[in-house]
Design a protein. Structure first.
Lengths: 663, 145, 266
């Protein structure tokens, strides 16, 4: 006969204020199998836990039900306590009397009756619990970092510095990400590339980091500690070992009029190109869609002129499969296209640009050498209008969230403009100023007080072109809603930060959750910001939510520490909540009839075939077998099995049936 | 005077989304009717249709089944399998004469605390209006347990 | 008929198969399964429109499996059953020779591919009377249906003839026989009967070949086959997949499409 102990927690007044805990304890004592039932103020406290351990020992309990808060809060706590008390941790269950009872129902008899039912359900379950042992799994101590922007770079360096090898995979031909496109960064106004490029070079030189640029992840199989990553190294059409970065190919390529993505279309590049001069690696790549040779079979100028004969037109994509133990997602963001905004011209006005384009204008290594010039005619704008919140905080036509970085970079842009165009007039239309970081508010005040930027609190209803200038119609709400019309030479929209293109597909490839805006979902918004719900896959940077550089770097280091923590253990202990196919003595061997419908249902391909043989080696029966390393414990197989030969430990058929029958 | 009828509601929910969502309902202190008894399972994929069947024959007047939204399953596809099972089982229940108004299916995520409360209240109210499930309970009362 | 008898004689005489499972004369006008082992007894085999029982049930019995290669007289539903059993890894191709009854004679189908090809040409439709009954039931109200089934299933004595006669019910330990937990009461029981047939229909959904043998086997005349037909039709209608179409597993209830149409989920 079972000897179950029931411990009812008051949780201060949280439970006891609504549920008659004494009555619940009394009722519990009447339940078959329960030999001990007490109530206590705070079960999770030290004295509470000591009491639990003492009771296990003194009353020789073989099962424990803690009726308190949600198991999602304290199940690990009490399971550990039960283990210290001398029973298997999986002989401990929790009844949720707080989140599911005292906090949501009125005080009264029905609520207490429900509490008794909830306790009874868990008593019936725990009577059928079996002692389970955690599963030990080896760990491949190698990390995969997806994305070579500042987030990926920081994470890769931090992990590599702990001694573990890192594979850094970047989709574009160079690492650096959006940070390499920025001119100066807030709040210090130091040059973005100056602080970034040393990190980029460190990544390239680091003995523990293998850099795969112009590469993408095709498939990720396996589970934490034991992933198999299939990576496609796209063909640059260059032999990287021979190329010395002289640049002759780019100069001599006859196709020169391709809009340069790095410069946001403000300049052109050739069909063979290096994205920017400080690119790491500094090796070109051939843009197949625009290369004359690939389109018509003629040219090959680069091949003829390359001094080291490094061009390889027949180079194929290479597929490599790597074993890794953890993955860090650092794929970054994009900004909402200007074409989205009907009021601001649908993107057809050349001088209505977005923040990233302004960065390229302001950048000393940009297409205009750092001079602010109108894209339409190259003249210097005398009047410039910045529109904040373009697309952000807009439930109807944009995204409802705040993009976080725009208030700061708009102030920065206005300041840079004022520094470069003395006498220029900068106006910023804003809704609020969000400058919460360290030295952030002081930075914005500088723009107003020292650089004379005019801040107008109001929205812009329309921008249209008139005679080579842009007419901006807005409102000043601090002046009682006075309508304003400004004739500007250039308009800069602070467009919303959005998830990277392809984020949804990548999330599905990795089985990672994402929110309606395609930002990757963290495991818990407050307490687990760098993990995902998929064990072994971590998050860093703007792929999770809009954020600035200091936060990105901090989060990347956070993700790196999680990886390092994982790798610091000799092996990984996994929860034993897994499925098991039954085994019986001969001649039955197993109730499984080998139909393998479970195998086709398993989301993790965790079910294998096992041939049961006699001593002569003749196969008597082929039955299903669960791989304990792969099974995640969802139980889909259990519902699919007709004969109930497969069962889920921890949520077995007997347990769930008993729970249901006890209500 | 006899007590007014209070329906017995059983809910089968998945641990990662709906159970967490119900926890959020609690943390937010949103009140809902107390008739429901939740049975926690790791995933909706684990919800055997036999459990739903037994809930009714055991005396439940109404059943709620809830899990993660499609594409968000913690185990990637358990809820897709569950959905298929429900599509067939629901039609079969109807064909065999079980009142589908007493069964509520839903997707409730870990962030939808308010939705859980609304769902429980609506389902409980609907079943209260339909009355006790006498037709099935009478059949169950015949003979052995 | 003669063609079949000759073919059986030939196969048995050459020891190409250990037994020919087919139909023989039963009492009155009925037909019953027979197991012809000796070539001389090939004449016992009968083939006519009264041969409706799906003989594939015997293919998964341990006694038959132990014999090695066997031949089976196959009406269309038997061919479908063979494919479904093959998809569920219950049959080895080299051990089953299907003797398909076609106009004017017998066709030997020795591979699952050949059976698949043959099955593809056979139309799906269930019997007219059965379809009429299903239509009549779906047109009733929920209460009327409940009364109908409670009435019908009230007569069920849990003899399990339906289960025994079904080729797809080959589980060595049926859910009904599981007592930890005892999902469904063993004895004939008002709610238990409803539960048993509900479970059987769900277990057959996507696997049923619509042979109707279960309903024919019922000694008290309950149209249990209508339940499995309905489940199968539901699967076909909702997902476009069906039982007994291929030897490659395509089980609707263990596969899914991300955009399966849900109309009832809040």
């Amino acid at each position: 006969m079972s000897r179950v102990g029931v411990f009812i927690c008051h949780c201060g007044e949280n439970i006891a204020g609504t549920v008659d805990v004494a009555a619940v304890a009394k009722a519990a004592l009447d339940m078959p199998g329960v030999v001990h039932a007490v109530e206590y103020k705070y079960m999770c406290s030290d004295p509470g836990q000591t009491m639990l351990k003492d009771a296990i020992r003194d009353k020789k309990l073989d099962g424990v039900v803690v009726a308190a808060c949600s198991p999602r809060m304290h199940e690990p706590t009490f399971r550990r306590t039960a283990e210290e008390g001398g029973i298997n941790p999986y002989q401990c269950e929790m009844a949720n009397l707080r989140e599911h009872c005292s906090w949501v129902h009125e005080k009264g008899e029905p609520t207490t009756a429900k509490a008794v039912d909830l306790v009874r359900i868990q008593v019936e379950k725990v009577k059928r619990n079996h002692p389970l042992k955690p599963i030990r799994v080896p760990i491949t101590k190698k990390a995969l970092v997806l994305g070579g922007g500042i987030a990926g770079i920081q994470a890769a360096l931090d992990i590599a510095n702990t001694g573990s090898p890192v594979l850094l995979v970047e989709k574009s031909p160079s690492i650096g990400g959006h940070m390499s496109q920025l001119s100066e960064t807030f709040p210090t106004l130091d040059c973005s590339q100056c602080i970034l490029t040393p990190r980029m070079v460190e990544v390239a030189r680091h003995p523990n980091i293998t850099l795969y640029t112009y590469s993408e992840l095709e498939k990720l199989e396996g589970f934490i500690g034991n992933f198999k990553a299939t990576i496609r190294k796209k063909a640059r059409k260059i032999d990287e070992k021979l190329c010395n970065g002289c640049g002759v190919c780019q100069q001599k390529c006859p196709v020169k009029k391709i809009p340069d993505q790095f410069n946001e279309g403000l300049s052109n590049r050739a069909a063979i190109y290096v994205p920017f001069p400080q690119a790491v690696p500094n090796k070109p790549v051939i843009d197949l869609a625009n290369c004359t040779y690939y389109k018509t079979g003629k040219c090959k100028a680069c091949e003829k002129l390359c001094p080291t004969k490094a061009i390889r037109f027949d180079q194929e994509d290479q597929i490599e499969v790597h074993d890794v133990g953890a993955v860090v997602l650092a794929t970054g963001y994009k900004t909402m296209p200007v074409g989205n905004f009907s009021e601001y011209g649908y993107g057809k006005y050349k001088d209505v640009i977005d923040g990233m384009k302004f960065e390229r204008l302001a950048s000393a290594s940009g297409p205009t050498g750092g001079a602010i010039k109108r894209p339409s005619d190259g003249k210097t704008p005398e009047t410039i209008v910045f529109i904040a919140c373009a697309g952000s905080r807009d439930r109807l036509k944009g995204v409802p969230y705040c993009s976080k970085i725009c208030c700061m970079y708009t102030a920065k842009h206005a300041m840079l403009y004022q520094h470069k165009v003395h006498g220029g007039k900068a106006t910023i239309f804003y809704m609020d100023i969000r400058a919460a970081g360290k030295n952030y508010d002081e930075f914005v005040r500088r723009a107003v007080e020292e650089d004379g930027v005019k801040y107008v609190r109001g929205r812009v209803s329309r921008v249209y072109e008139d005679n080579g200038q842009l007419v901006v119609k807005g409102v000043d709400t601090l002046l009682g809603g006075e309508q304003l019309e400004i004739r500007a030479d250039m308009v800069v929209l602070a467009t919303a930060v959005q998830a990277q293109d392809g984020a949804e597909e990548l999330a599905q490839t990795l089985h990672v959750s994402y929110d309606p805006y395609r930002f990757f979902a963290e495991a818990h918004p407050k307490l687990r910001p760098v993990e995902t719900n998929t064990a072994g896959i971590f998050l860093a940077g703007a792929c999770q939510a809009p954020r600035d550089i200091p936060e990105t770097v901090a989060q990347a280091s956070g993700a790196a520490v999680k990886v390092a923590g994982l790798f610091s253990q000799p092996e990984l202990t996994r929860e034993p909540i897994i499925a098991v196919v039954d085994r019986q003595p001969p001649p039955v061997f197993s109730h499984c009839v080998g139909c393998f419908l479970c195998k086709s249902a398993c989301p993790y391909q965790a079910i294998e075939e096992e041939s049961i043989k006699n001593r002569n080696g003749d196969v008597l029966k082929v039955v299903a077998k669960v791989n304990p390393g792969l099974c995640q414990g969802c139980g889909t197989c259990v519902s699919t099995c007709r004969t109930k030969a497969i069962d889920l430990q921890g949520f077995s058929n007997e347990q769930v049936f008993a729970e249901l029958m006890s209500i | 005077m006899a007590d007014p009828f209070e329906p017995k509601m059983t809910a089968f929910v998945c641990n990662w989304c709906t159970y967490a969502g119900a926890d959020l309902t609690g943390t937010s202190r949103i009140k809902y009717q107390s008739n429901v008894r939740v049975i926690r399972l790791p995933c909706t994929g684990r919800i055997d249709f036999m459990l739903v069947m037994k809930a009714f024959s055991r005396g439940s007047d109404g059943v709620i089944i809830s899990g993660c939204h499609p594409n968000d399953c913690h185990y990637t596809s358990g809820n897709y399998h569950a959905r298929r099972r429900w599509m067939v089982f629901r039609d079969l229940l109807d064909f065999m004469g079980i009142d589908l108004r007493r069964v509520t299916f839903s997707w409730v995520s870990a962030a939808e605390g308010a939705k859980w409360a609304e769902l429980v209240n609506d389902a409980t109210n609907t079943v209260r209006a339909l009355g006790p499930y006498k037709e099935v309970q009478q059949l169950a009362a015949v003979g052995i347990e | 008929m003669e063609a079949l008898q000759n073919k059986a004689k030939e196969l048995l005489a050459a020891s190409a198969v250990k037994v020919v499972i087919g139909y023989g004369k039963g009492t009155g006008e009925s037909r019953r399964p027979i197991f012809v082992r000796a070539a001389e007894r090939a004449g016992d085999l009968v083939v006519d429109t009264a041969c409706t029982q799906n003989l594939a049930t015997y293919l998964t019995k341990a006694e038959v499996r132990a014999l090695g290669r066997i031949a089976i007289v196959a009406i269309p539903s038997t061919l479908r059953s063979i494919l479904q059993l093959a998809a569920e890894k219950q049959l080895r191709e080299e051990n089953v020779l299907a003797l398909a009854i076609v106009d004017g004679g017998v066709r030997e189908l020795a591979t699952f591919d050949a059976i698949e090809e043959a099955v593809a040409t056979i139309p799906d439709a269930i019997g007219e009377a059965d379809q009429k009954m299903i239509d009549k039931l779906t047109a009733m109200s929920v209460g009327e249906r409940r009364a109908f089934w409670a009435d019908e299933l009230g007569r069920c004595v849990k003899c399990y003839a339906c289960r025994s006669s079904c080729p797809m019910c080959y589980c060595e330990r049926c859910t009904m026989d599981c007592n930890r937990p005892q999902w469904i009461p063993v004895a004939s029981h008002a709610i238990g009967n409803l539960e048993y047939h509900m479970v059987r229909a769900m277990h057959l959904a996507g696997r049923c070949v619509e042979c109707g043998t279960c309903g024919a086997a019922c000694p008290v005349g309950i149209p249990v086959h209508l339940l499995t037909f309905f489940a199968e039709q539901t699967v076909r209608r909702q997902f476009g997949q069906k039982g007994g179409a291929s030897a490659k597993l395509d089980y609707a209830m263990s596969t899914f499409k991300p955009d399966d149409k849900e109309t009832f989920i809040r």
